[in-house]
Write a protein that binds this ligand. Structure first.
Ligand code: ASP
Ligand code: MG
Length: 402
């Protein structure tokens, strides 16, 4: 019988009434085939648990954070299973470790190594609907781990891949994947189908609707992923392989705020410096989003890095130390940098599109700090105050809004 993995996000199970509604949906799906349910913690439970830990200590150990945060999903799977029982569905709840989601030992940010699915398969064969805790696993050392914030999507798609499910349906609080965030930009359109590559680019450039790691697993194993709204019955967005040539055109726009730009002014031109600086930053766990330096014949040049704003202190500490060693006298910072990414298969090499973007932004007198392109995206870095008008101008230009 066909197997579907169905995941409900925190907002879709935020209270008892919503859990009953979601369970009713599962009861209906079960009439058509086998179902595995994956759930996130209810509402803002995870945030609240983090806040609670902060009242005890600023530096909790990662192992204890995982022990704490996995409690959120245990609550929701138990309640969800009880709700299914109310609909006379045979259902049973499981933690990540009970269903053999084996991860590495990177607490709070673990990667799935393998899934030992026997227990799930047995449960399904006995007619049960397994309800599995999202976001968690267990390491070879039998330690409880979590997959990083938003990791329930990853659990769901990984289970679908391991058990060769027909589809993974992600139930969330929006109607699918849109041409920009529908909660912020009026008139944006729902995308009916999008390729894994485009979705991966969209997710990693800032769109929150589906976790990039989940998208990556879906792509690798060819799991069709459907994003749907748990509050209505509208069609959603299908993320799948898209065959056939397409005329490159912008498909969606996304953005990322809270970026940090640091510029090392007049760095002596020494080939070892760039690798030394980037190695020190990445070794310390800094996420380098982008770096650039000017091309000139002068003996010195400016070197700029863009990282998430929350890594500012860490970056400053490392750069501060290096600056002394490398005799860099001046550092400039900017705390109001954002990125805007136009996504679409092949658009990075379609020069006309880049020219159209520049033309549109210059018409609106919006200053651009930096640009990068790839096959799948054109990324513009600009000041926060320009972000919304830049996005709106491009949504209109590329007919991505009504
Ligand atoms: N509850 C976890 C979080 O809030 C996992 C998830 O929601 O996907 O990050
Ligand atoms: Mg959550």
């Amino acid at each position: 019988m066909a197997l579907n993995v169905v995941k409900f996000g925190g907002t879709s199970v935020a209270n008892a009434e919503l859990i009953m509604k979601a369970a009713q949906r599962v009861a209906r799906l079960k009439q058509k085939g086998d179902v595995i349910v994956v759930v996130s913690a209810m509402g803002h439970t995870t945030d609240e648990l983090i806040k609670l830990s902060k009242q005890i200590t600023e530096n909790p150990r990662a192992r204890e954070m995982d022990m704490l945060l996995t409690a959120g999903e245990r609550i929701s799977v138990a309640l969800f299973t009880m709700a299914l029982h109310r609909f006379n569905i045979r259902a049973i709840s499981f933690t990540g470790s009970q269903v053999g989601i084996i991860t590495d030992n990177r607490h709070t940010d673990a990667r799935i190594i393998e899934i030992r699915g026997e227990r799930l398969i047995n449960a399904i064969n006995q007619g049960y609907v397994p309800v599995v805790c999202g976001f968690q696993g267990v390491s070879f050392e039998k330690e409880i781990t979590t997959l990083g914030r938003g990791g329930s999507d990853t659990t769901a798609v990984a289970l679908a891949a391991a058990l060769k499910a027909e589809k993974c349906i992600i139930y969330t609080d929006v109607d699918g994947v849109f041409t920009e965030d529908p909660n912020r930009f009026a008139g944006v359109k729902r995308i009916k189908r999008i390729s894994y590559e485009e979705m991966l680019e969209l997710a990693s450039r800032g769109a929150k609707v589906l976790h990039p790691r989940a998208t990556g697993i879906g792509a690798r194993f060819g799991v069709p992923i459907e994003v749907r709204n748990s509050f209505n019955n509208k069609p959603g967005t299908l993320i799948t392989h898209i065959n056939g040539m397409e005329h490159p055109k912008p498909k969606a726009i996304t953005h990322s705020e809270n970026l940090y730009l640091i510029t090392l002014v007049q760095v002596p031109k020494n080939p070892a410096y760039l690798s030394q600086i980037t190695a020190e930053l990445t070794d310390a766990g800094v996420h380098l989003k982008f770096f650039f330096h000017g091309i000139s014949d002068a003996p010195n040049f400016d070197l700029s890095f863009i990282t998430p704003l929350e890594e500012r202190e860490l970056v400053k500490k490392i750069i501060g130390k290096l600056a002394k060693k490398l005799k860099i006298e001046k550092i400039k910072e900017s705390l109001d940098i954002c990125s805007l990414s136009v996504i679409g298969f092949g658009i990075g090499s379609e020069h006309k599109i880049l020219a159209e973007i520049f033309k549109e932004l210059s018409k609106a007198k919006l200053h651009i700090e930096a640009v990068t392109t790839s096959e799948l995206s054109i990324n513009i870095f600009l000041k926060k105050k320009y972000l919304d008008s830049a996005i709106n101008a491009l949504l209109v230009k590329f007919k991505l809004k009504e």
